[in-house]
Structures are given as structure tokens and as C-alpha cells.
Write a new protein. Structure first.
Length: 127
């Protein structure tokens, strides 16, 4: 039988729809997509794509911690970008937040994201 728990932290943005920040099933955590919202104001962070990517990783980190893990427990990331030319910036910033072995990853170009964000990232971690 699956042991399922809903993960929530005030250190990451609250859900803005019919979803939760993450769901833990046994030792696997499924992270909902995070966009670059400041969890206190629920507004997009100011700045360039680098600032947005950093905020997304901060948000993901907070949800990982609330689930009993951290970014190093992530085994799969899905990265959604409204402009794939920003992919080198993603690589650079990921290098600041992750060490080898890196997680599996997909990068997908999309037309638009919620609230006008330029980046959204979701993932799976194993604790």
C-alpha cells in the first residue's frame, strides 16, 4: 500500500490552482512546477532570466526541505522555457545548485507560462 503525504511549506509560493506544492508517495516526492514567485508577495521576482531561474531553484529547495530532502535528492527535472536561447543560463545556474551526478533532465520550449514567467521547473526526488 502506498503511503501518501501532501507537502506544504510557507517558504515556497502557495499553489495558485488546483494542485499542491508536492506529493510524497513512499520515498518518492513529486514536485509541482515552480515559477519565479516570491513566496511572501506571490509576485514574480524582479530581474532578468537569471534572477527568475535562481528564484525557481530557491522555491524548489524549500519544497524539497519540507519533504525531508534537498536538491541533491532530485533525480529528474523538467525545465520549461519561453525562450530556449536562455538554456546556457539554466546550465550555468544549475551548476551553482547541483553537483555531479546531475539529475536527468528535459528542457522544453513553451509559448507562455503562468503569470508571465519565463521559466518553470518541476521534478522528482527520491529520499
Amino acid at each position: 500500500m502506498t503511503n501518501k503525504a501532501i507537502i506544504h511549506t510557507d517558504s515556497a509560493p502557495a499553489a495558485i490552482g488546483t494542485y499542491v506544492q508536492a506529493v510524497k508517495a513512499n520515498n518518492t516526492v513529486y514536485l509541482s512546477g515552480q515559477i519565479p514567485l516570491d513566496p511572501e508577495t506571490m509576485a514574480l521576482v524582479d530581474g532578468d532570466i537569471g534572477a527568475q531561474i535562481n528564484q525557481v531553484f530557491k522555491n524548489l529547495h524549500a519544497v524539497c526541505e519540507a519533504s525531508g530532502g534537498d536538491l541533491s535528492n532530485i533525480v529528474k527535472l523538467n525545465i520549461f522555457l519561453t525562450d530556449l536561447s536562455h538554456f546556457p543560463v539554466v546550465n550555468e545556474i544549475m551548476g551553482q545548485h547541483f553537483q555531479e551526478p546531475f539529475p536527468a533532465r528535459a528542457a522544453i520550449g513553451v509559448n507562455e507560462l503562468p503569470k508571465g514567467a519565463q521559466v518553470e521547473i518541476d521534478g522528482i526526488l527520491v529520499i
